[in-house]
Design a protein around this ligand. Structure first.
Ligand SMILES: CC(C)(COP(=O)(O)OP(=O)(O)OC[C@H]1O[C@@H](n2cnc3c(N)ncnc32)[C@H](O)[C@@H]1OP(=O)(O)O)[C@@H](O)C(=O)NCCC(=O)NCCS
Length: 194
């Protein structure tokens, strides 16, 4: 059964919780999942909260609407991605349009790249022709996932994140492939009509 991207669903909640516990135990902070120790608090609100963020209801100051997706396979939660519907000045410097993570026991099997490609298709459906994606300068895995998904490096800038100086790499990715014009003669090549 191939992995697929879905709207977060109750059917994968226990698997998601297991991954939240694993990420917390490993001290992974690059992409925030829920705190497993507060499960009883968020288990009843998680899906409505995602829906509200998608619709832009009750957003905190400075936040923009965003859509969350889960990558799942065979009953297991594999990863999560979040698409911000627009940028703010802060997101232009750090965060960009798309954030993502893959559960640690599935790293280096291609799921990060698959998930970002599926997220780019969702971004296109949300009306975003190009997206900004950022990562810490030392996050080699995230940078490689972006490059393998066709994102183009823009620059590296300095940020202060929660009081800590950070170097942030910024990439842009097209969410829709250029439409191709078929060759008219046998000597002509496929060309982009965009
Ligand atoms: C970043 C992340 C999503 C990558 O997921 P993944 O499933 O391991 O990615 P893939 O298997 O598709 O690997 C893609 C490429 O990255 C490379 N890669 C993966 N982990 C790497 C690492 N630790 N160091 C260097 N390269 C790495 C892979 O080798 C592969 O490149 P290759 O095909 O040229 O060999 C995952 O490490 C993760 O969830 N990290 C924590 C959260 C995070 O950092 N999110 C991004 C915030 S900006």
């Amino acid at each position: 059964m191939p992995a697929k991207l879905i709207t977060p669903s109750e059917a994968y909640l226990q698997s998601y919780l297991t991954v939240c516990r694993d990420c917390k135990a490993r001290g992974i902070t690059a992409y925030p999942l829920h705190d497993p120790d507060d499960f009883e608090t968020w288990r009843h609100t998680i899906f409505q909260s995602y829906e509200n963020k998608h619709l832009g209801i009750g957003l905190k100051e400075g936040r923009v609407p965003s859509s969350t997706f889960w990558l799942v396979k065979g009953g297991e939660f594999i990863g999560e991605g979040n698409i911000r519907h627009c940028l703010t000045e802060a997101l232009e410097r750090y965060g960009g349009h798309i954030g993502y993570c893959i559960r640690p026991d599935y790293w280096r099997k291609g799921y990060g790249t698959l998930q970002l490609r599926l997220l780019l298709a969702e971004a296109a459906r949300l009306g975003l022709p190009r997206v900004l994606i950022t990562c810490d300068e030392d996050n080699l895995a995230s940078a490689r996932v972006m490059e393998k998904s066709g994102a183009v490096y823009q620059d590296t800038i300095g940020n202060i994140i929660e009081g800590i100086p950070t170097r942030t790499k910024r990439y842009w990715a097209d969410t829709v492939p250029c439409p191709l014009t078929p060759p008219k003669g046998k000597d002509q090549k496929w060309t982009s009509s965009a």
